[in-house]
Design a protein around this ligand. Sequence first.
Ligand SMILES: *[C@@H]1O[C@H](CO)[C@@H](O)[C@H](O)[C@H]1NC(C)=O
Ligand SMILES: *[C@@H]1O[C@H](CO)[C@@H](O)[C@H](O)[C@H]1NC(C)=O
Length: 163
Amino acid sequence: MFSPRSLVFGALGLMLAGTSSAMQASNSLLLNSVAESLALPMYTWSANGTHHAKGYTTKDANETDVKGMHEDCENINLNRKLATDFRSDVLGPGAIGFFYKCERISHDTNLYWFTISSGEQSQIDQLCDPNQKYPIVYDSQHNTWFIDEPFECTQRTSPSVTA
Ligand SMILES: *[C@@H]1O[C@H](CO)[C@@H](O)[C@H](O)[C@H]1NC(C)=O
Ligand SMILES: *[C@@H]1O[C@H](CO)[C@@H](O)[C@H](O)[C@H]1NC(C)=O
């Protein structure tokens, strides 16, 4: 008899033994599902890079929140973070930020690796502007106020028009 557990292992075994086209099909199932739930536009502009952020206990930004910064970094390294309408207070709605790696580079600064995507090129231009300022924002998950420093874009892509 098949228990639910052995069905799961069976499916995994099939996937692992599958051809590369089966792997691509399973990847696009995941990616299509993410794209659909996020209502990702058909044509997107993207950028990746790194940026620094500092966390504080209050909006006055007088005292570093070492615990909140540590927890945010740890959470990103464990779970990654997909942020819809990322910094809509500055960029307007529709930018999607993906944060997949974090490093505590000093007691008051985190370094984050990001990829951002948008249906509007101007949002990516604005995000990649080294002079762009970001107002302090409250992160309720870690009860911490964060100041984002400018995003340093290392690579940018435009929609590839294949038709
Ligand atoms: C940006 O993407 C390129 C191409 O995938 C990769 O080589 C590079 O390491 C990425 N940069 C960052 C900072 O993640
Ligand atoms: C935080 O700093 C500002 C300006 O430096 C000061 O006016 C304010 O009183 C400080 N707040 C606290 C809670 O220390």
